[in-house]
Design a protein. Structure first.
Length: 191
Protein backbone atom coordinates (compact mmCIF):
# COMPACT_ATOMS: atom_id res chain seq x y z
CA UNK A 1 0.00 0.00 0.00
CA UNK A 2 2.85 2.36 0.86
CA UNK A 3 4.49 1.74 -2.54
CA UNK A 4 1.19 2.53 -4.24
CA UNK A 5 0.92 5.85 -2.33
CA UNK A 6 4.50 6.78 -3.23
CA UNK A 7 3.85 5.91 -6.88
CA UNK A 8 0.69 8.02 -6.88
CA UNK A 9 2.55 11.00 -5.36
CA UNK A 10 5.35 10.69 -7.89
CA UNK A 11 2.84 10.61 -10.72
CA UNK A 12 1.03 13.63 -9.27
CA UNK A 13 4.26 15.60 -8.88
CA UNK A 14 5.54 14.72 -12.34
CA UNK A 15 2.27 15.81 -13.97
CA UNK A 16 2.25 19.14 -12.17
CA UNK A 17 5.98 19.66 -12.71
CA UNK A 18 5.79 19.10 -16.45
CA UNK A 19 2.48 20.95 -16.87
CA UNK A 20 0.56 18.01 -18.29
CA UNK A 21 -2.82 18.89 -16.80
CA UNK A 22 -5.62 19.06 -19.31
CA UNK A 23 -6.77 22.56 -20.18
CA UNK A 24 -10.50 23.22 -20.07
CA UNK A 25 -11.52 24.60 -23.46
CA UNK A 26 -14.41 27.04 -23.64
CA UNK A 27 -16.47 28.27 -26.56
CA UNK A 28 -15.91 31.91 -27.45
CA UNK A 29 -19.46 32.73 -26.29
CA UNK A 30 -18.66 31.41 -22.81
CA UNK A 31 -15.08 32.71 -22.66
CA UNK A 32 -15.93 36.32 -23.46
CA UNK A 33 -18.24 36.42 -20.42
CA UNK A 34 -15.38 35.51 -18.08
CA UNK A 35 -12.32 37.37 -16.90
CA UNK A 36 -9.66 36.88 -19.63
CA UNK A 37 -6.96 35.85 -17.14
CA UNK A 38 -9.06 32.89 -15.96
CA UNK A 39 -9.43 31.28 -19.41
CA UNK A 40 -6.71 28.94 -20.66
CA UNK A 41 -8.44 27.32 -23.64
CA UNK A 42 -10.81 28.65 -26.33
CA UNK A 43 -12.34 27.01 -29.37
CA UNK A 44 -13.70 28.78 -32.43
CA UNK A 45 -14.07 25.52 -34.36
CA UNK A 46 -16.81 25.53 -37.01
CA UNK A 47 -17.66 29.20 -36.35
CA UNK A 48 -17.47 30.25 -40.04
CA UNK A 49 -15.01 33.00 -39.12
CA UNK A 50 -13.19 35.05 -41.73
CA UNK A 51 -11.42 37.16 -39.09
CA UNK A 52 -10.79 36.70 -35.38
CA UNK A 53 -12.43 39.04 -32.87
CA UNK A 54 -10.16 41.82 -31.60
CA UNK A 55 -11.23 41.03 -28.02
CA UNK A 56 -9.30 37.74 -28.17
CA UNK A 57 -6.02 39.60 -27.61
CA UNK A 58 -7.03 40.22 -23.97
CA UNK A 59 -6.83 36.45 -23.30
CA UNK A 60 -3.07 36.50 -22.85
CA UNK A 61 -3.01 33.42 -20.57
CA UNK A 62 -4.30 31.09 -23.33
CA UNK A 63 -2.52 27.77 -23.63
CA UNK A 64 -4.92 26.14 -26.12
CA UNK A 65 -6.49 27.85 -29.15
CA UNK A 66 -8.63 25.93 -31.65
CA UNK A 67 -9.32 27.87 -34.86
CA UNK A 68 -10.11 24.80 -36.96
CA UNK A 69 -12.80 24.53 -39.63
CA UNK A 70 -13.28 28.21 -40.42
CA UNK A 71 -12.66 30.49 -43.40
CA UNK A 72 -9.52 32.18 -42.11
CA UNK A 73 -6.89 33.31 -44.62
CA UNK A 74 -4.58 35.09 -42.19
CA UNK A 75 -4.10 35.71 -38.49
CA UNK A 76 -4.05 39.07 -36.74
CA UNK A 77 -0.67 40.28 -35.48
CA UNK A 78 -1.76 39.98 -31.84
CA UNK A 79 -1.76 36.16 -32.13
CA UNK A 80 2.03 36.35 -31.81
CA UNK A 81 1.60 38.14 -28.48
CA UNK A 82 -0.25 35.17 -26.95
CA UNK A 83 3.06 33.75 -25.78
CA UNK A 84 1.52 31.29 -23.31
CA UNK A 85 0.10 29.27 -26.20
CA UNK A 86 1.38 25.71 -26.27
CA UNK A 87 -1.27 24.37 -28.69
CA UNK A 88 -2.82 25.99 -31.75
CA UNK A 89 -5.01 24.34 -34.38
CA UNK A 90 -5.56 26.22 -37.66
CA UNK A 91 -6.60 23.14 -39.63
CA UNK A 92 -9.19 23.18 -42.39
CA UNK A 93 -9.03 26.91 -43.12
CA UNK A 94 -8.04 28.85 -46.24
CA UNK A 95 -4.39 29.64 -45.49
CA UNK A 96 -2.51 29.83 -48.79
CA UNK A 97 0.50 31.40 -47.08
CA UNK A 98 1.91 30.22 -43.76
CA UNK A 99 0.75 32.66 -41.02
CA UNK A 100 4.08 34.02 -39.75
CA UNK A 101 2.48 35.16 -36.48
CA UNK A 102 2.90 31.51 -35.44
CA UNK A 103 6.69 32.04 -35.42
CA UNK A 104 6.43 34.41 -32.46
CA UNK A 105 4.88 31.72 -30.24
CA UNK A 106 8.06 30.68 -28.43
CA UNK A 107 6.27 28.24 -26.08
CA UNK A 108 4.31 26.50 -28.84
CA UNK A 109 4.53 22.72 -28.52
CA UNK A 110 1.80 21.48 -30.89
CA UNK A 111 0.96 23.08 -34.23
CA UNK A 112 -1.93 21.59 -36.22
CA UNK A 113 -2.35 23.00 -39.72
CA UNK A 114 -3.73 20.14 -41.77
CA UNK A 115 -5.91 20.69 -44.84
CA UNK A 116 -4.63 24.16 -45.74
CA UNK A 117 -2.98 25.10 -49.02
CA UNK A 118 0.35 26.75 -48.15
CA UNK A 119 3.32 25.03 -49.73
CA UNK A 120 6.27 26.27 -47.70
CA UNK A 121 7.29 26.93 -44.14
CA UNK A 122 9.12 30.19 -43.43
CA UNK A 123 12.63 30.43 -41.98
CA UNK A 124 11.16 31.92 -38.80
CA UNK A 125 9.62 28.55 -37.82
CA UNK A 126 13.03 27.91 -36.24
CA UNK A 127 12.11 30.37 -33.46
CA UNK A 128 9.53 27.85 -32.18
CA UNK A 129 12.19 25.85 -30.33
CA UNK A 130 9.66 23.96 -28.17
CA UNK A 131 7.66 22.51 -31.09
CA UNK A 132 7.26 18.79 -30.56
CA UNK A 133 4.33 18.00 -32.89
CA UNK A 134 3.59 19.48 -36.32
CA UNK A 135 0.55 18.19 -38.21
CA UNK A 136 0.60 19.14 -41.90
CA UNK A 137 -1.54 16.25 -43.08
CA UNK A 138 -2.88 17.02 -46.55
CA UNK A 139 -1.19 20.44 -46.61
CA UNK A 140 1.07 20.42 -49.70
CA UNK A 141 4.27 21.63 -48.05
CA UNK A 142 7.22 20.98 -50.35
CA UNK A 143 9.68 23.50 -48.96
CA UNK A 144 11.26 23.30 -45.53
CA UNK A 145 13.66 26.04 -44.40
CA UNK A 146 17.17 25.42 -43.13
CA UNK A 147 16.02 26.40 -39.61
CA UNK A 148 13.67 23.39 -39.58
CA UNK A 149 16.61 21.16 -38.71
CA UNK A 150 17.17 23.25 -35.56
CA UNK A 151 13.86 22.13 -34.03
CA UNK A 152 15.52 19.65 -31.67
CA UNK A 153 12.34 19.21 -29.56
CA UNK A 154 10.39 18.01 -32.60
CA UNK A 155 9.17 14.45 -32.07
CA UNK A 156 6.46 14.01 -34.73
CA UNK A 157 5.85 15.49 -38.17
CA UNK A 158 2.73 14.34 -40.03
CA UNK A 159 2.95 14.81 -43.80
CA UNK A 160 0.47 12.11 -44.78
CA UNK A 161 -1.92 12.95 -47.59
CA UNK A 162 0.88 14.56 -49.61
CA UNK A 163 2.81 13.02 -52.49
CA UNK A 164 6.58 13.17 -52.35
CA UNK A 165 9.33 11.60 -54.39
CA UNK A 166 11.57 8.93 -52.87
CA UNK A 167 14.49 11.39 -53.00
CA UNK A 168 12.55 14.10 -51.17
CA UNK A 169 11.45 11.66 -48.46
CA UNK A 170 14.97 10.29 -48.01
CA UNK A 171 16.47 13.79 -47.67
CA UNK A 172 13.80 14.83 -45.17
CA UNK A 173 14.35 11.73 -43.04
CA UNK A 174 18.13 12.26 -43.14
CA UNK A 175 17.71 15.91 -42.10
CA UNK A 176 15.46 15.03 -39.14
CA UNK A 177 16.65 11.62 -37.88
CA UNK A 178 15.26 12.19 -34.36
CA UNK A 179 11.72 12.86 -35.66
CA UNK A 180 8.96 10.35 -36.35
CA UNK A 181 7.84 11.44 -39.81
CA UNK A 182 4.51 10.13 -41.03
CA UNK A 183 4.55 9.87 -44.82
CA UNK A 184 2.52 8.16 -47.49
CA UNK A 185 4.47 5.74 -49.71
CA UNK A 186 6.76 7.65 -52.08
CA UNK A 187 5.77 8.14 -55.68
CA UNK A 188 8.38 7.45 -58.37
CA UNK A 189 6.23 9.61 -60.66
CA UNK A 190 7.55 12.66 -58.84
CA UNK A 191 11.27 12.09 -59.60
Amino acid sequence: MRKLCVLFLLLLLSRSFFGQWDVKVYSWETAKLASPDTIFGITFSKSKLKILPEELKAFNQLKHLDLSKNDLTDLPAYIGDLDSLIYIDISKNDFSIFPVEICRLSNLSTFVANRNSFSELPECIGYCKKLSVIDLWSTPVTSFPKSFSELKSLKMLDLQGNRYSPTFQRKLIETLPWVEIKLDPPCDCME
